[in-house]
Design a protein. Structure first.
Length: 690
């Protein structure tokens, strides 16, 4: 490009240097984002690689106001004002890997004369001023305004599903500006990387034929070329002119790519483990409660032949994600196999079950006696255990080690009892706990005195190292549960419920032991919960506390986990989309009821249908007060499912997305036998009309 100096003589500038206030896109210096901005620099790189980029120039950030040079560049590009131009922002802070800042700065279209061009440049530069008083570095990109037949946005990957093997196109008639501004809704196309159309065009736009198959192939080829140049899939704006030529208007990184799990990533979910550990766990709580649970369930699955031993060794049955307990849903058999026909003809699961049949057959007969021996050993050890203050540090550490071993054994037998035993006795620890709690409250006992007098009440609370133990309210508008226990310290319960109760008692013993260890180490309950298991044992053995203990912070109480999810490479939680024909909701407590959805918070309706995400044991006192129960997760063997049958409350579990679908106040009809949940729309409308 040539310019006129102040004497009016024409001369050539040194290659690669700005020509006054205008720098052509085909010059190497235009590819420097710090001076020309990311938008212009990306187009300059694309043009240098031979991609179809419109000619143009950029006014670099901080360039002087050389009116002569700028006017000469404008006259050449606009053919002395006869061709309209587009004046766009190009800041180093936009169109980057970290942030696109789309729409934050100004662009001016259809600029036709010199005064309008000068005003457009000033508009773009002024848009660099931020509301907080700061100013972004700003260059100005100028290109011809293309009279596009079709334009739109092309994603070199699917940012919604996080798929690198898919491309998305959204197209409109004319240029892409009305699409990106939201003035028009585009016609969407889902493509493979080769440009093959995956999903049909929506029926209401199928006849418009905005883009032909050949044009879609050309767009896919452009996306692949751009990806090779910039090292990853890009978010592009494009246009086809009246002659059918394809032009690239913009290319920037896709900054809002949804995390996508690796192929074969495990399917996880709160599952039944959330009933025992419903909240966010601190590091020591993970080591005390999740690790023994994983060991015990793994042993039970191995004995039952439900999973190959190799897989159980490499994949923990229970883990934590963002501090919340989650289980491998496929190992637990909580989801149907992906390919049911292949699973039916696959001989390996059947061979495992056959090999385990003799073990489980004998175990079914022996398990009640084995569980009785285990619970008797646990009760004896608990009765013989002195107060933590009377233990030496070594004895305290040994007792903590024993509690973890005991929990693993209890979890293993509890899982086997649920799978193998069909007990006629349907009493639950929760119902015995409710009866004992009501009796103790009637005597005016505090929570601590209630636990000492009737440890069975611990079945109503989840374990927690931090914060005081608070027992739930018993309710006041319905009769207490049937079958009040006569022995509130060691109630006679069915095998599985007896094992569950001992698990909770061991939890509480661990809490007392850890609190005493915190006192000896001069730590608060919150601080000791941030230690790991091996750190607690080493400090009890005389080693110093970790040097960073004062800098550790508790995990925040984050949102609950999705019912089913997978983990991406960066440990991001990616919710699993329900498959068509997936497992339906399951009725677990017979009967029918109609009522008003309630989430357990605020004022309770008279005919409340309790709708929850997981069957938290703390919800047990609410069951005598509700008409029905609906949960997103759970099984017929869940604590509250068993208790619902005892109270004859219709209950449905596995109701996908129930919390969102059935908001508080919604009228529901619940069938606890079929698992059917219906909205009472007709009755609601009639009531509204009246």
């Amino acid at each position: 490009m040539t310019t006129l100096d102040e004497r009016g003589r024409e001369h050539h500038e040194e290659p690669g240097l700005p020509t006054g206030a205008a720098l052509a896109l085909d010059q190497p210096a235009a590819r420097i984002p710090l001076s020309t901005g990311s938008k212009a620099a990306n187009l300059a790189r694309a043009a240098a690689a031979g991609l179809p980029v419109l000619p143009g120039f950029v006014i670099p950030h901080g360039a002087g106001d050389d009116v002569r040079a700028l006017r000469h560049a404008w006259r050449e590009l606009s053919h002395d004002g006869t061709a309209p131009l587009v004046v766009r922002s190009s800041s180093p802070q936009e169109d980057t890997q970290e942030s696109s800042l789309a729409g934050q700065f100004a662009s001016v279209l259809d600029v036709r004369d010199w005064p309008a061009f000068r005003a457009a440049v000033r508009t773009v530069l002024d848009s660099a001023d931020r509301p907080d008083g700061t100013r972004a570095p700003m260059a100005v990109l100028v290109q011809p305004m293309l009279d596009a037949r079709v334009g739109g946005v092309l994603f070199g990957a699917d940012p919604v599903e996080g798929r690198l093997d898919r491309m998305l196109v959204s197209a409109v008639r004319g240029g892409p500006d009305t699409l990106v501004s939201g003035e028009q809704d585009g016609t969407g196309y889902h493509l493979t990387r080769s440009g093959r159309l995956l999903r049909p065009t929506p029926p209401h736009t199928a006849d418009e034929r905005l883009l032909t198959r050949t044009e879609l192939y050309r767009l896919a080829r452009l996306a692949r070329r751009v990806e090779r140049i910039f090292g990853g899939p890009q978010d592009m704006e494009f246009g086809f002119d009246g002659t059918g030529r394809l032009w690239l208007f913009q290319a920037r990184p896709i900054t809002a790519m949804t995390a996508r799990p690796a192929r074969g990533a495990r399917l996880l979910g709160p599952g039944p483990v959330a009933e025992t550990l419903p909240g966010t766990l601190q590091p020591l709580e993970e080591d005390l409660w999740v690790a023994p649970m994983a060991r015990g369930l793994s042993s039970a699955l191995d004995i039952g032949g439900s999973a190959p031993r190799r897989l159980l060794r490499t994949h923990p049955v229970v883990t934590t994600v963002a501090g919340r307990a989650a289980a491998d849903l496929r190992l637990l058999g909580a989801v149907p196999p992906r390919h049911r026909l292949l699973a039916r003809v696959n001989p390996l699961p059947g061979a495992r079950r056959l090999a385990a049949a003799w073990r489980t057959g004998r175990l079914t007969r022996a398990l009640p006696d084995l569980a009785l021996d285990l619970t008797a050993d646990i009760d004896r050890r608990l009765a013989e255990t002195p107060t933590p203050a009377g233990l030496s540090r070594a004895d305290l550490a040994d007792l903590l080690r024993w509690t973890r071993s005991a929990l693993a054994a209890l979890h293993a037998q509890e899982a086997l009892a649920g799978a193998l035993l069909r007990e006629s006795d349907t009493r639950t620890a929760a119902s015995a706990a409710l009866a004992a709690l009501a009796a103790c409250r009637g005597r005016g006992l505090t929570d601590a005195e209630t636990v000492a007098a009737a440890p069975v009440v611990l079945a109503l609370t989840p374990p927690q190292l931090t914060g005081p133990l608070r027992l739930p309210s018993t309710g006041d508008d319905r009769d207490g549960p049937p079958g009040t226990a006569t022995d509130t310290r060691h109630p006679a319960l069915p095998t599985r419920e007896a094992l569950r109760l001992r698990i909770r008692w061991i939890h509480q013993l661990q809490i007392h032991l850890v609190h005493d260890a915190a006192r000896r180490l001069t730590l608060s309950h919150r601080a000791v919960a941030l230690l790991r298991w091996h750190e607690v044992l080493s400090t009890l053995d005389g080693d110093p506390l970790p040097a960073d203990v004062a800098q550790r912070r508790p995990r925040p109480d984050g949102p609950p986990l999705p019912d089913a999810f997978r983990l991406a490479d960066d440990s991001a939680v990616v919710a699993e989309r329900p498959r068509k024909g997936g497992a339906p909701a399951q009725g677990v407590s017979g009967g029918r009821a109609t009522g008003t959805a309630w989430d357990g918070l605020g004022e309770r309706p008279e005919d409340a249908v309790l709708v929850v995400r997981t069957l938290d044991p703390a919800l047990a006192p609410l069951l005598p007060q509700v008409t029905a129960l609906v949960a997103q997760t759970g099984s017929p063997l869940s604590h509250l499912a068993v208790l619902a049958r005892e109270f004859k409350v219709p209950a449905v579990v596995g109701a996908a997305d129930a919390v969102r679908r059935f908001a508080p106040g919604t009228r529901l009809a619940v069938d606890g036998t079929s698992g059917d949940i219906r909205l009472e729309e007709t009755r609601t409308r009639e009531a509204a009309d009246r």
